[in-house]
Design a protein around this ligand. Sequence first.
Ligand code: GLP
Length: 250
Amino acid sequence: MLVVIKQDYDEMSKEAALLVADLIHRKPNCVLGFATGSTPLGLYQELIRMYREEGLDFSKVTTFNLDEYVGLPPEHPQSYHYFMWENLFKHINVDRRYVHIPHGMAVDVEEFCEWYEERIKQAGGIDLQILGIGANGHIAFNEPGSSLGSRTRIKTLDEFTKRDNARFFENQEEVPKYTITMGVGTIMDAKSLLLLASGNSKADAIHATVEGPITALYPATIVQMHRKATIICDEEAASKLSRKYSGYLS
Ligand code: GLP
């Protein structure tokens, strides 16, 4: 695992964008896994800038998003569909036929989840999966206690995450109870991982993820087992690491 510590959020976002752009240059038809949350917004801004100013070409890229709230239609402002189109996809030349986001209104959720897994396989697997991290150690919506071998499925949101994500809704009651999320096993199948974390609120999570024991109670810790995982974080998020120098391999 490569841990890269940058000075602040902007530097973290730019470093992450260079890594994504490098993959697109090397493999224009690559498969990218995208994440939501506030952390990757700076990365998405930088990718949009690269598209506009440097001609970074997304036209052959296939995308898969990590998760979506069950019960929110794509046009709902808090849905992850809406988030991705507003914050990235509508600003770049991605081909909408190649965009995949779990469908929060799927009639048969189980069938949908199987289809999603199958689509990832048909696309040749995810080349690079971008991840944020919940302060409770979740990745995507794999909450504490999630099976480390899990596949795309429906999950109940943790009370902690509901409180955390209530800031995006009118009140906590409006936060959906269920989500469709790639499983921990699905994420681990990606050929490479890029986990981003910024700010003091993520310091404990980064400490556990990099230096703690691997446990389903902290799903992000499984990243230690991945053959090609990069964590890019800022100094605040890295502040609780005991071995702290930028660009170290563990
Ligand atoms: C949500 C998403 C995660 C994300 C997390 C952290 O729960 N499902 O994929 O990593 O939020 O969000 P933020 O980056 O806003 O802290």
